[in-house]
Write a protein that binds this ligand. Structure first.
Ligand code: FAD
Length: 454
């Protein structure tokens, strides 16, 4: 009987252990389910929906080139899979493990309805398997990475199959367009189209291009004006490429590639955290954050979202995000810190905005990085380390980056562009929402107040 392959954030054919195992057993029915109904489900943001549409299209084309196709269904995963198994006579469902709380719920429910075989393959090591001497899970990145690093390299990636055995009859499929994943009016996705080509083929091309430069990663990665990072994040998030492929692709580069491998380690670490704290995207892990005196300021929040804070580096990042669905990591850190500490707005507002606008929006990575910046997370308390955005901008040589994303400042000199003095600040470019020193003092006072109340 045919075997169902249930695809989620693993939209690839190479190094896909669920697909490989299913194909070994017989004919294969690949299915993607649009599931908005499993308990604790968190709806995808707009940029992710755009990506998903194109990724599914690309996957279907790759499957068709190998004699197969992608079946699309909508509903609760357990109900859809039970019905599909009944319709097709499939005996088993194969899938990769996923760790978002809603996917763990779905896996439990599916396992009650059909024979579910889960495989590993979306992380360097199975989340939950990297343990301390006493068998517990790590809370802090550095010892986690040390332990994970010892188990590396990951296994060699599985090859892409040339052909995938088809069932005698194909079950019905939804039409992708009926899912209406793409924006219509207004169509805000022009910048996404200009920047990205979702899908496995494009992911592999990006990896190959990055591998040529990866040896210089440590020197380049903090400079927002350079293309010094891989830009693989949305491809990794949607599983168009596996971390083992990324590891082996880059590892040959030599030089400072270890720093890059450590970033892949952060991705594993984030899953290790949400495994222990499933609500990490919405709940502070650390006291006294429960009663932190956050400001309610819709005007400040909107200025941040729109890239109109009066701090060029923050505005450049927020506009890059809006336009391309991606932001350079150094600038993500600066922009996040600015929202939390300069504007004193709850990190969850930022987490939600990133969730909606990032093409790489990832529950674990996003929550871990936001809670790390705010100091509310499981690791060291970072709240009192207040980043100075103007100094950061100069230090990491962001002048050309600002020129690209804040064109009204393009005519300013390198010396002036990070912090345009009143005389040269062009009309139309906003004043600073708050002075840096004042913001710093206000943030530290708020921290003292929260500590005293705890
Ligand atoms: P590279 O530097 O080439 O790194 C390679 C890969 O390692 C990335 O593709 C990513 O999968 C992983 N990685 C790198 N840095 C981190 C990190 N700090 N934490 C976890 N994984 C990492 N990354 C996301 O994938 N999704 C998110 O939703 C997300 N939200 C973030 C929110 C904030 C406030 C901050 C500060 C960072 C966030 N990051 C997130 C992490 C990081 O900024 C991006 O992964 C990185 O910028 C992606 O670009 P790249 O692929 O060129 O990275």
């Amino acid at each position: 009987s045919p075997v169902i392959v249930w695809l989620r954030r693993d939209l690839r054919l190479a190094d896909q252990p669920a697909l490989a195992e299913a194909a070994r057993k017989g004919s294969v029915i690949p299915v993607y389910i649009c599931d908005d109904d499993t308990p604790r489900h968190r709806a995808m943001g707009g940029a992710s929906r755009w990506w998903l549409h194109h990724s599914l299209q690309s996957l279907d084309a790759s499957l068709r080139a190998r004699g197969s196709r992608l079946i699309l269904r909508r509903g609760r995963s357990d109900e859809v899979l039970a019905k599909l198994a009944h319709e097709t006579g499939a005996g088993e469902v194969h899938a990769l493990h996923h760790y978002e709380p809603w996917w763990r719920n779905a896996e439990k429910a599916v396992a009650k309805a059909v024979t579910l075989c889960l495989h590993h393959g979306n992380y360097l090591a199975p989340p939950g398997s990297v343990t301390t001497g006493s068998g517990g899970l790590y809370k802090i990145f550095t010892p986690f990475w040390r332990a994970l690093r010892e188990r590396m390299p990951p296994p060699e990636p599985l090859p892409c199959p040339d052909a995938i055995p088809a069932p005698p009859q194909w079950p019905a499929s939804d039409a992708l367009d009926d899912w209406a994943l793409l924006p219509t009016r207004p169509d805000w996705a022009g910048g996404l189209r200009d920047t990205w080509r979702p899908g496995e083929e494009s992911a592999m091309e990006r990896l190959a291009a990055f591998a040529e430069e990866a040896g210089d990663y440590a020197g380049q990665r903090n400079l927002p004006a350079r293309d010094g990072t891989s830009m693989l994040s949305p491809h990794l998030h949607f599983g168009e490429i596996s971390p083992a492929q990324a590891w082996h692709g880059a590892a040959q580069a030599g030089g400072s590639v270890d720093t890059f491998l450590g970033e892949l380690g952060w991705r594993d670490y984030a899953q290790n955290v949400i495994l222990q704290y499933p609500d990490y995207g919405a709940k502070n892990a650390r006291e006294p954050f429960g009663d932190f005196p956050w400001r309610q300021s819709p005007a400040d929040l909107q200025a941040w979202q729109q890239g109109r804070t009066g701090y060029p580096i923050v505005d450049a990042g927020m506009r890059q995000l809006w336009h391309t669905g991606w932001m350079h990591n150094r600038v993500r850190m600066i922009a996040a810190s600015f929202l939390i500490k300069h504007l004193l707005i709850d990190w969850r507002e930022g987490e939600r905005w990133f969730w909606d606008t990032l093409v790489d929006a990832d529950y674990g990575n996003n929550a871990v990085n936001w809670q790390w910046t705010s100091g509310s997370g499981v690791d060291a308390n970072m709240f009192v380390r207040i980043m100075a955005p103007l100094t950061q901008s100069a230090k990491f040589d962001a002048a050309d980056y600002i020129r690209q994303w804040v064109p009204e400042l393009a005519g300013l000199s390198d010396a002036q562009i990070h912090d345009p003095p009143p005389g040269v600040r062009p009309r139309g470019y906003p004043e600073k929402r708050i002075d840096h020193r004042e913001a710093r003092e206000r943030a530290l006072a708020a921290w003292q107040q929260a500590k005293a109340a705890a």
